[in-house]
Design a protein around this ligand. Structure first.
Ligand SMILES: Cc1cc2nc3c(=O)[nH]c(=O)nc-3n(C[C@H](O)[C@H](O)[C@H](O)COP(=O)(O)OP(=O)(O)OC[C@H]3O[C@@H](n4cnc5c(N)ncnc54)[C@H](O)[C@@H]3O)c2cc1C
Length: 376
């Protein structure tokens, strides 16, 4: 069996590792260059993402990720200001209900991407934007790329994110809807705000402040092991630049709207939005790594009717959007699709039955509005 994955994001790379480990021929086509685009600094990985990584990645890769997560994050503190100092006035459990996060750990996103790319150097083709594909009479799929390349495989997987060219070609009626909500996200070196009292107050869990109409969410990533040491011990093939200069930091998020965000540079908007917050919160934004500040558009894809399984399928943001845990769902899809394709490759299930089973489960569990909860 030959599988062509479009998109070297969280889902596509997790899938590629799983297929490769099962001896299945896989190739990944990625539009961007090897360094990718900034997509935020850290990622809250819950049980769904963590179990997918454990199932699909080689043991050294898993050990490297686990050695460099932050501490367990199972609660969110409500933060307020008393006499200029940060205080906790309440606590909310991360139970995964009604859009609340599930328990998990913070992972450094660029480091995770570098770990995922390690060992796939001969599999990932960068600078290759899928432009179109065609299902052939013999059941295979042929794909064409903007740089003139073409390829053929038994299965084409769209892991190409929210703007998915695969979804547009395969399921043209399925369209993301812009909710108008936006999230500014950034990160600040821990050392720069150590004196505010915030990092000690929050510890490894999350904090949320709602003060004078502005909401700010914060979390500290203290690497469980120094990444340089962890690389030496668990994944020496990881490029040294992936761990060079990494330090503990505070990640922060500011929910806002399309209108309030406007256009232009993002970090100055964050500074304006936090102008009425107490100094200990303002300093988190003031001391941030400015280039790492990004604005996330919050979209949704409405639940869609089932479609007949074929040799083209989709995973992750290409087919469902879940603000705050889309990465976990993308990795979960990768794990499930990998297991289905392995069954088909071993002859235990027909290829289209295997893809149909994966798609049924994905449709049932990844759209909270239809009443089902995503489970591992
Ligand atoms: C700032 C920020 C913070 C986030 N925090 C969290 C979090 O804490 N927890 C969480 O679970 N999720 C989080 N998310 C969401 C998460 O990043 C996404 O849900 C996740 O990346 C989706 O994975 P994916 O593999 O489906 O797509 P992506 O990771 O978006 O990967 C898609 C890939 O496809 C490539 N591509 C696109 N079009 C083409 C084409 N035509 N041809 C070839 N390649 C193409 C893209 O370049 C990209 O590399 C966050 C997102 C952002 C932006």
């Amino acid at each position: 069996m030959r599988v062509m994955v479009v998109g070297a994001g969280l889902g596509g790379l997790t899938l590629a590792h799983g297929l490769r480990r099962a001896g299945i021929d896989v190739v990944v086509y990625e539009r961007d260059g090897a360094s990718g685009r900034p997509q935020g600094v850290s990622l809250h990985v819950d049980d769904r993402g963590a179990s997918a990584l454990r199932a699909c990645l080689p043991p050294g890769h898993v050990a490297m990720v686990e050695a460099t997560t932050g501490g367990p994050r199972e609660r969110t503190l409500t933060l307020a200001e008393v006499d200029g100092e940060p205080v906790a006035t309440g606590v909310r459990t991360s139970d995964g209900i009604d859009g609340r996060p599930r328990p998990g750990r913070q992972v450094d996103r660029p480091l995770l991407r570098a770990v995922l790319l390690t060992g796939l150097e001969d599999v990932v083709r960068f600078g290759a934007e899928l432009t179109r594909f065609e299902r052939c009479a013999d059941g295979t799929v042929r794909a064409w790329f903007a740089d003139g390349r073409a390829d053929i495989a038994d299965v084409l997987v769209g892991a190409d994110g929210v703007g998915s060219a695969v979804r547009r070609g395969y399921l043209p009626d399925v369209r993301p809807v812009d909710t108008g909500r936006r999230m500014i996200m950034g990160a600040t070196p821990l050392r720069a705000v150590a004196g505010t009292g915030l990092p000690d107050l929050i510890g490894d869990i999350a904090g949320s402040a709602h003060i004078r109409g502005t909401t700010m969410v914060l979390g500290v990533l203290r690497f469980s092991q120094p990444p340089v040491q962890a690389r030496r011990k668990w994944l020496p093939t990881l490029h040294p630049s992936a761990v060079a200069g990494i330090e503990d930091y505070v990640m922060w998020a500011l929910p806002t709207t399309r209108e309030r965000l406007g256009s232009g540079a993002v970090w100055p908007r964050a500074e304006e939005l936090t102008a009425d917050l107490p100094p200990f919160l303002r300093s988190v934004v003031a001391e941030a790594w400015r280039d790492a500040t990004v604005a996330l558009r919050i979209g949704t894809i409405p639940p869609m009717p089932a479609w007949p399984a074929g040799s083209v399928t989709v995973i992750g943001d290409a087919i469902h959007l879940a603000p705050g845990f889309g990465g976990n769902l993308a990795m979960l899809d990768a794990r499930r699709l990998c297991a289905a394709l392995v069954e088909a490759n071993r002859g235990r299930l027909g290829l289209l039955d295997a893809i149909g089973d994966y798609e049924d489960t994905m449709r049932r569990t990844s759209f909270p509005s239809v009443g089902a909860k995503a489970g591992a």
